[in-house]
Design a protein around this ligand. Structure first.
Ligand code: IMP
Length: 178
């Protein structure tokens, strides 16, 4: 375990197992529909996307979006699109892939943006959910793990851009961010 990590909240084995279960559910849910276009939000969702797609056997495509919130560390809901999708999405069945839903503001805004561009449906899959922190109404259709209100790193999640490469979800020691 990394020296700055206090405890492991979700192990690599648990993440892989949960990705398998969610992949199988997506296979069933989209069996009679157009295969979804997975829209992964950079950078945190990359390790999760990489594991998840191994368990999806539909003819999916994936693309990336990079958005940032305008002010401060708390996301405001007003977002700036830093990297947009490479193709038009009119009529597409979209599945947004996210690392964690916290206040829900980012995802609510991105979902509305994609719907306004003509997507047929916009659903959300997230590796982690912190429902205690929610300030807007947003429910992900697929949730890997519901976690308590603690600051976590690893498996894509960062603190000052570090720790994204840890193969598990861990709670960062308080002295590292206070
Ligand atoms: P929100 O749901 O709009 O508040 O923002 C979600 C984003 O906040 C995520 O994509 C993460 O980048 C970041 N975030 C929220 N909680 C954590 C955490 O515990 N560790 C690392 N990043 C987090």
């Amino acid at each position: 375990m990394h020296q700055n990590v206090e405890k492991i909240l979700v192990s690599e084995e648990e993440i892989i197992q949960r990705c398998r279960e969610m992949g199988q559910k997506i296979n069933r849910d989209y069996a009679q529909k157009e295969p979804p276009l997975l829209v992964a939000l950079l950078k945190g969702s990359v390790p999760f996307l990489a594991e998840l797609i191994k368990h999806i056997d539909l003819d999916i495509e994936f693309d990336f979006m990079d958005v940032s919130s305008y002010a401060g560390t708390e996301s405001t809901g007003e977002i700036k699109v830093i990297k947009d999708l490479d193709r038009p999405i009119k009529g597409a069945e979209i599945l947004i892939v996210e690392d964690i839903v916290d206040t829900g503001r980012t995802l609510k805004t991105v979902r509305e943006l994609l719907l306004s561009k003509g997507a047929s449906s916009v659903k959300v899959i997230t590796l982690l959910d912190k429902p205690d922190r929610r300030v807007v109404e947003l429910e992900a259709e697929y949730v890997g793990f519901t976690i308590p209100n603690e600051f976590v790193v690893g498996y894509g999640l960062d603190f000052n851009q570090k720790y994204r490469n840890l193969p598990y979800i861990g709670v960062l020691k308080e002295e590292c961010y206070k």
